[in-house]
Design a protein around this ligand. Structure first.
Ligand SMILES: C[S@@+](CC[C@H](N)C(=O)[O-])C[C@H]1O[C@@H](n2cnc3c(N)ncnc32)[C@H](O)[C@@H]1O
Length: 389
């Protein structure tokens, strides 16, 4: 069997598609080590930090403040706790180690990866790039997820490395967290759309911020008769995503566009959605994106955004856990985006008052495969908000 490890004594992991590169024994061990360390930090150590908070830090804060602490006060206090400092440091180092290992695997086989993409360039599906598209300033200003160059940086012609690293980290290093194809988000959210809006029967579907198509492909599989289009500003991710989707036999279309101002006509979609896009945009870009969703939907069409829950859905301690992402993982916008009144922004964009929704959807991956929710990205649930036009 072709596997992720070449000749390793470790259990074989089948390669999920043609764009995932095979690895040698040492690389396999290194990836396995990073994956296990990550799981240990999430599933074993995170709950211990909560115990420290509940038994020591929370009583101290209440005593000092004379009231319950806010998420920011909790985060500030926890930053002083030695084991929490260690957790922050190990989590950051594990992430850097993952990038290093994935980067070396991809670098070593760069010609094969490019060739694999060329073999798949005729589809199914299409790729439309716009070399003149301006990358939003909020993306240029920081290396999102602490990955050098973020999603968009191109180091050579036809570069697809940022997409390859993203897929490798989600699919190989976090294997099991979101399904073998990192498709739990798309399977779960598209299933919910089908059952919550049985009359929608979408014929045209747009994903904003599709990266390499992890969520896009399952939407096509759920609604095979629909035209399914994914937009993103990052060319390396779109190139990789097109090849990956073609390798999976999915007839989906990738287009390089800014979600704030797309080139599609008014009212031309039945469903416009995103998954973990909003928290990576600025508080200025977000309302523009919502207005664009409203413009693109036909009357009766549905807008849905899958995200981590807004802070008002969480207890203050759980909300404070975003502090690592905000301070160490170059995701500063989480601090404000998860605090916004989305429903007000939906109304300002033209959606009728009362037309919005919020929902927690149980993960299909957890339900079907009995996966421990602690090791899933979302604790076993997907949070969606949106509105019907
Ligand atoms: C976390 S990723 C989304 C993951 C993806 N939806 C999935 O399911 O795998 C965020 C993506 O949003 C893209 N992005 C950020 N701002 C954007 C904008 N204004 N327009 C289009 N894409 C944007 C980034 O390039 C990045 O690929």
């Amino acid at each position: 069997m072709t596997s992720l490890a070449i000749g390793s004594g470790l259990p074989d992991q089948p390669i999920p598609h043609a764009m995932i590169l095979p690895v040698g024994d040492d690389e396999f061990e290194a990836e396995l080590f990073c994956r296990e360390l990550n799981l240990f930090l999430e599933a074993t150590m995170r709950p211990r930090l909560r115990t420290i908070y509940e038994t020591r830090i929370h009583p101290e804060l209440v005593e000092r403040l004379g009231r319950e602490p806010t998420r920011r006060e909790i985060a500030k206090a926890m930053r002083e706790v030695e084991v929490n400092k260690l957790w922050y440091s190990l989590r950051t180092q594990t992430q850097q180690a993952m990038y290093k290992v994935a980067g070396e695997i991809i670098e070593r086989q760069a010609p094969s990866l490019k060739q694999a993409a060329r073999n798949l360039e005729n589809g199914p599906g299409t790729l439309t790039l716009d070399p003149d598209l301006e990358i939003p300033r909020y993306m240029q200003a920081l290396d999102t997820h602490n990955l050098q160059g973020g999603y968009h940086t191109e180091r050579e012609a036809d570069d697809l490395r940022a997409g390859a690293i993203y897929d490798r980290n989600m699919t190989v290093n976090r294997m099991g967290m979101q399904g073998a194809l990192t498709d739990d988000s798309g399977i779960t959210m598209s299933g919910w759309i089908e059952s919550a809006f049985p009359d929608l029967k979408p014929k045209r579907i747009l994903e904003m911020g599709c990266t390499v198509g992890h969520t896009l492909v399952p939407f096509k599989q759920r609604f095979p008769d629909a035209e399914v289009i994914g937009i993103d500003v990052a060319a390396p991710c779109l190139r990789y995503g097109h090849a990956r989707a073609a390798a999976l036999g999915a007839d989906v279309h990738f287009s390089q566009q800014n979600a704030e101002t797309t080139n599609f006509p008014d009212g031309s979609f039945d469903l416009v959605y995103s998954y973990i896009l909003l928290h990576e945009t600025s508080a200025k870009a977000l309302p523009n994106i919502i207005r664009e969703c409203h413009r693109l939907l036909r009357p009766g069409g549905v807008m849905m955004h899958g995200e981590a829950p807004q802070f008002d859905e969480l207890d203050a301690y759980t909300a404070s856990l975003r502090d690592w992402d905000i301070t160490c993982n170059y995701e500063p916008f989480m601090d404000t985006i998860y605090e916004l009144n989305l429903e007000e922004i939906y109304r300002d964009a033209g959606f009728a008052p009362g037309a919005s929704f919020r929902h927690f959807i149980p993960s299909e991956h957890v339900r079907k495969n009995g996966v421990d929710p602690r090791i899933t990205r979302n604790g076993g649930k997907f949070f969606v908000t949106g509105a019907v036009k």
